[in-house]
Design a protein around this ligand. Structure first.
Ligand code: SAM
Length: 241
């Protein structure tokens, strides 16, 4: 997930703060995501996962780590927010033998040619908001660092939002559309679209957690819609090095 807050005049959500102070709620949110289990087959369609050495960037509370752990060989999951890492480490048994490290996307703690798969799930979309003038340089530096860590013939994967609560897959903002086109045109990534609907335990939880992460407007739409399922689309960009 990546939020698209600030719609309809509401103040934008401070995601850097959210990743420091809201790690437990974030983990509840993403635990309800991908209710139909579409992400793992989508990843398996672009990379050999069985026994793979996986490098994860911006691993958050380890949701993708736990998804990949049963099939992958070794996982190094990197993340810069300690509170997010604490939640991830608290669920370590579910993440198999994954190793969680505190690291910036631009300086990854693995040697060159180590990984079969390097992936970043819903990380770089934030750079557009955090670095409106410098996101291209920062994302390019992170991608170059992931490429350094990959063996020749390895696979680079970037996951980003194609809309939460929307009826069809599309970049939620013009800025994200520009970023996605840049991944494809400048870096040669190929895009797939994956349905990753949320299914919460209750309608109340759906409203609470959607509001927490996506803001009051989408929270209100979920409240009006009733139910505990929220549609979502994810883009999977992949590149064989
Ligand atoms: C939307 S969360 C995604 C977390 C996880 N990949 C998932 O699927 O749930 C974005 C994460 O990227 C991390 N992050 C953002 N910028 C980063 C950077 N430059 N280096 C490392 N982690 C970063 C944030 O701290 C946050 O945990």
């Amino acid at each position: 997930v990546t939020g698209g807050s600030g719609a309809g005049g509401e103040p934008p959500i401070d995601y850097r703060r959210l990743y420091r102070e809201g790690a437990a709620a974030y983990d509840r949110l993403v635990s309800a995501e991908d209710a139909d289990g579409s992400l793992l087959p989508a990843l398996a369609a672009v990379a050999e996962l069985a026994g793979a050495r996986v490098l994860e960037v911006g691993a958050g509370t380890g949701r993708l780590t736990r998804l990949l752990a049963p099939v992958a060989g070794r996982i190094v999951a990197t993340e810069r927010s300690w509170p997010m890492l604490d939640v991830a480490r608290g669920r370590l048994p579910e993440a198999g033998g994954a190793r969680f490290c505190c690291a910036e996307a631009g300086a990854l703690p693995v040697r060159g040619d180590w990984a079969d798969l390097a992936l970043a799930g819903w990380v770089f979309g934030h750079f557009l908001e955090w670095m409106p003038d410098g996101w291209r340089g920062s994302v390019a530096a992170a991608l170059a660092e992931m490429r350094r860590a990959l063996r020749p013939g390895g696979t680079l994967v970037v996951l980003e939002t194609l809309g939460t609560g929307a009826g069809a897959p599309a970049p939620p903002t013009p800025d994200l559309a520009e970023y996605y086109a840049w991944l494809e045109d400048e870096h040669g990534f190929a895009r797939r679209e994956v349905r990753t609907d949320f299914e919460f335990r209750s309608h109340e939880e759906a409203v609470e957690l959607v509001r927490f992460f996506f803001g009051a407007e989408l929270g209100e739409a979920v409240r009006r819609g009733g139910g505990r399922r929220v549609p979502e689309y994810t883009g999977l960009w992949s590149l064989r090095t």
